[in-house]
Design a protein around this ligand. Structure first.
Ligand code: ZN
Length: 498
């Protein structure tokens, strides 16, 4: 279906995809809203827990009663600065809040407190990898703002409900430069932001609960043209898959429109995941009509160098640096390093297993294969894995010293996972010790060869691939416990002497 995407075949300097038979390219910028993981709201002491009964986490400050004064949550500033530093931004020594005026029932004050002219962080960048090519996406700004409440239309009555638990919940808005050129890049960029935010511990990245959501600005222009085309804004996209699908749909829609002689109009559109289309949405307000003005109830935020230094000292090793170190220190392929460093707890689990004596590539294989499979089956995060890193290392030792075969190890691994016991206990209990007794293996081989004289004849006549058949038969007869190397050697010897 996608014959109008000119996907360059993994050339290192991958050209951006073009659309409409090569005539157009897309220009995409993302605005990502991340809920900060503070205990309390941005301007009051109300809790920010998800899923509480409606309107149980509100107070006069966040519902906008007259006569109250907001007090800025210091932790929110710290988190925003931390994020800015991790994304190579300049941190403003002095920034301030503004009132963004619009009236809507989920915002009883009639304005949202946000940052406008003087955001806390600016001019950063993050790197993404698409088809093996590294690409830098600029970060225009990161600013802080409060979330609004939620309107609930339920029951079909001639009224709606308003839940203000979210009003005043601290958000960061991370605005990218229009550097993104394809739906894939957009998804990779968003994944990278999520990984960084989670490494920093400033946002839980839970997209289903709305802790991370994004608006995408999408336009197209003829290839070679410098000026941007008219853009549309896609609102509230809450999964990586939807980012990709919504943007792709929107690009195709715009190309088709222009090809048919129409014009793209600047508007806000909503992605409908069920229908797989974007739809025009009447916007709350004409764009740029918010009449921002400085928030008079909050003093400017002053961040001195000493504070910046203190925050910088708490930055963990970030995903990109960790990935590179996993390649250089452990000799892992890029692919493994990428998967193992996408989430900080996974990377930490890996390093613990290697520190416990596991051979780096073997640990990686078992984690990416069996461990991820079992965790996914029950939807468990790795922190809740009943199997510990030192137990995996213990099992690998049993393979290395010949106690169990790699094949039996799969059974041992699963049993360790299910029971929480260590490898030695499992092997003992289930009698899984590998058989390295030469005479036992020889007996089994003799038995199988005697049963399959026809195949032996074909093997002798040159059909060498039958060796696999014999190995399989002997293994089966010995319940998978034969030492594979011994079995192979003895089998070849027997066949040669047949
Ligand atoms: Zn409150």
């Amino acid at each position: 279906m996608s014959n109008d995407i000119n996907n360059t075949q993994s050339s290192p300097a991958a050209a951006p995809p073009v659309w409409g038979n090569g005539k157009y390219e897309a220009v995409i910028g993302l605005e990502v809203h991340a809920q900060m993981l503070t205990e309390t709201k941005i301007f009051c002491g109300c809790p920010t827990k998800f899923g509480a009964e409606p309107n149980t986490q509100t107070c006069p400050v966040d519902i906008g009663l007259p006569g109250v004064l907001p007090v800025l949550n210091r932790k929110a500033v710290e988190y925003a600065v931390k994020t800015g530093l991790a994304m190579n931004c300049t941190v403003a020594r002095c920034s301030r809040f503004a009132r963004k005026n619009y009236f809507y029932p989920d915002l009883p004050k009639g304005y949202q407190v946000s940052q406008y002219e003087l955001p806390i962080c600016e001019h950063g960048s993050v790197e993404i990898v698409v088809d093996g090519a590294v690409k830098r996406v600029g970060i225009t700004r990161i600013h802080m703002e409060e979330d609004a409440g939620k309107n609930i239309h339920e029951g079909g009555g001639p009224y709606s409900f308003v839940d203000l638990n979210r009003a005043g919940v601290p958000l960061m808005e991370i605005v990218s430069e229009p550097d993104i050129r394809s739906p894939r890049e957009a998804a990779e960029y968003m994944k990278k932001l999520r990984a960084i935010l989670r490494y920093l511990g400033v946002c839980d990245g839970n997209m289903e609960q709305g802790s991370l959501r994004c608006d995408a600005n999408v336009s197209i222009r003829p290839v070679g043209q410098k000026e941007f085309g008219t853009r549309t804004e896609l609102k509230n996209i809450n999964s990586f898959r939807f980012v990709e699908k919504a943007i792709e749909y929107e690009i195709r829609r715009q190309v088709k429109l222009v090809e048919e002689g129409g014009r793209v109009v600047q508007e806000t559109r909503l992605w409908d995941p069920a229908a797989g289309i974007t739809q025009s949405m009447r916007s709350k307000e004409e764009a740029h009509d918010y009449r921002y003005f400085p928030e008079p109830d909050l003093v400017p935020i002053v961040v001195d160098q000493e504070w910046i230094d203190r925050i910088e000292a708490t930055l963990p090793e970030l995903p990109d640096a960790k990935r590179e170190r996993f390649v250089s220190a452990y000799g892992l392929p890029e692919y493994d390093a990428d998967l193992l460093t996408a989430e900080r707890p996974v990377a930490e689990w890996y390093e613990a297993a290697v520190a416990a004596g596991g051979q780096p590539k073997a640990v990686s294989n078992w984690m990416m294969g069996e461990l991820m499979r079992l965790l996914n089956e029950e939807n468990h995060p790795i922190e809740e894995s009943p199997l510990t890193p030192d137990r995996l290392a213990g099992m690998l030792r049993l393979i290395d010293n010949g106690t169990i075969s790699g094949k039996i190890a799969k059974t041992v691994f699963e049993a360790m996972y299910r029971s929480g016991k260590d490898a030695e206990a499992v092997v003992k209990e289930q009698g899984l010790v590998q058989i390295s007794d030469e005479s036992a293996i020889e007996r089994a081989i003799d038995d199988i060869l005697a049963k399959h004289t026809a195949e032996v004849g074909r093997y002798k006549a040159g059909e060498e691939k039958l060796i696999g058949f014999f190995v399989g038969q002997v293994m089966k007869a010995m319940k998978g416990k034969a030492n594979p190397q011994m079995l192979n050697d003895l089998l070849r010897k027997k066949l040669a002497a047949w």
